[in-house]
Design a protein around this ligand. Sequence first.
Ligand code: SF4
Length: 113
Amino acid sequence: MPLWFVRGLRRGVVTTHYPARPEPSAADLPTPPAFRAQNLDRDLADQLCGVCPSQALRREGDVLIFDVGACTSCGRCGETAPEAVTASGEFELATTVRAHLVKRIPLLREARP
Ligand code: SF4
């Protein structure tokens, strides 16, 4: 039986000090992607939309629409285009306004070489 579990039972404390103190295990969490707009053109944006299983991504003209509220942080977009997508590291995403979870990423107007 893990020591932290026994210690928690003995002390009656089973939670961490988050958010009063940073949570070290947060570094291991999967987080939604961050996009490098300078590496994103229409073709790549369409590829990303095609691999996203939760339809969190869609393209409208020269803009990639990213719905963070629909993203499951699966990482498929990052695997498809590591030059344009990285993990954001952000996990404190709660908001009272749904629209704040929808991001608009401008795309390159010309195709990448
Ligand atoms: S991490 Fe997964 S769910 Fe989120 S945008 Fe990328 S492909 Fe879609």
